[in-house]
Ligand binder design. Structure first.
Ligand code: COA
Length: 215
């Protein structure tokens, strides 16, 4: 255990670190907090310009140090990231999560390794995080945004039930400039309506929150 992990375990009241963080399960995925032993797997799929250019903060090139910093921040900051892994074999396919700003709605984000695009994993993972925010964290609304040149992400957001609320600019780390984005919001009332419709897709991806038992 690293010094950071030891310190953080103390903050969690002596419980194992993992017991402080939820594990979200969907039909095909397990979403869990990243650990330092995940660094090589994260680097292997995150080091891709096609991912970095659509995200605000993913470094490119992406080195082991970047993964270590990201994982360290996962335990210490307002960010709440999850690794997206396959339920069948635990393989890493991407990452998702949310930020909890001091003011405003929590905002979700996600990226997948390119080999895993087009299989519905991002939508399944994003819905799990949205359900977690409303069910376990008492959010009144959830925010999302996507670059205007990112139709795949926009589609994921729409499939989760988000509504377009406006346009804006977001700083792109890769491009070192501001880029146009569409902004979206899903409030609790609409989310509850969608769940009540018993849409088989929404229900299928509803997460099972497991506290303290990482798989
Ligand atoms: C965005 C991203 C996470 C999507 O992952 P994914 O697992 O392929 O997403 P899903 O399969 O759940 O859904 C993608 C949807 O977009 C659609 N789509 C994909 N490319 C598209 C395109 N060029 N134009 C229009 N729609 C497109 C797919 O058809 C699918 O919709 P459908 O289910 O109605 O057919 C993935 O492409 C990625 O990691 N991109 C780089 C990082 C990123 O953009 N992160 C989001 C930042 S806001």
């Amino acid at each position: 255990m690293t010094a950071l992990e030891t310190e953080l375990e103390g903050r969690c009241g002596g419980e194992l670190l993992e017991s402080c963080m939820p594990v979200l399960e969907t039909e095909r995925l397990v979403l869990r907090v990243p650990r330092f032993e995940d660094v090589p797997s994260v680097v292997a799929i995150a080091n891709d310009r096609r991912i970095a250019e659509m995200t605000a903060n993913l470094p490119h090139p992406y080195a082991a140090k970047d993964a270590e910093n990201w994982i360290a921040n996962a335990w210490t900051s307002q960010d709440h990231p999850f690794l997206i892994t396959l339920k069948t074999n635990g393989a890493l396919v991407g990452a998702t999560g949310f930020v909890m700003p001091d003011f405003g709605d929590p905002e979700i984000g996600y990226w997948l390794g390119t080999a895993h695009w087009g299989r519905g994993y991002a939508t399944e993972a994003a819905r799990a995080v949205v359900d977690h925010l409303f069910t376990d964290r008492g959010a009144d609304a959830v925010a999302a945004r996507a670059r205007v040149v990112n139709p795949a992400s926009r589609r994921v957001i729409e499939k989760c039930g988000f509504q377009w609320v406006g346009a804006g600019l977001t700083r792109s780390r890769l491009l070192a400039s501001s880029v146009p984005v569409d902004k979206f919001r899903l409030d609790r009332t609409l989310w509850a309506s969608l769940k009540a419709w018993r849409d088989p897709i929404l229900r299928r991806s509803a997460p099972k929150v497991v506290i303290g038992s990482l798989v």
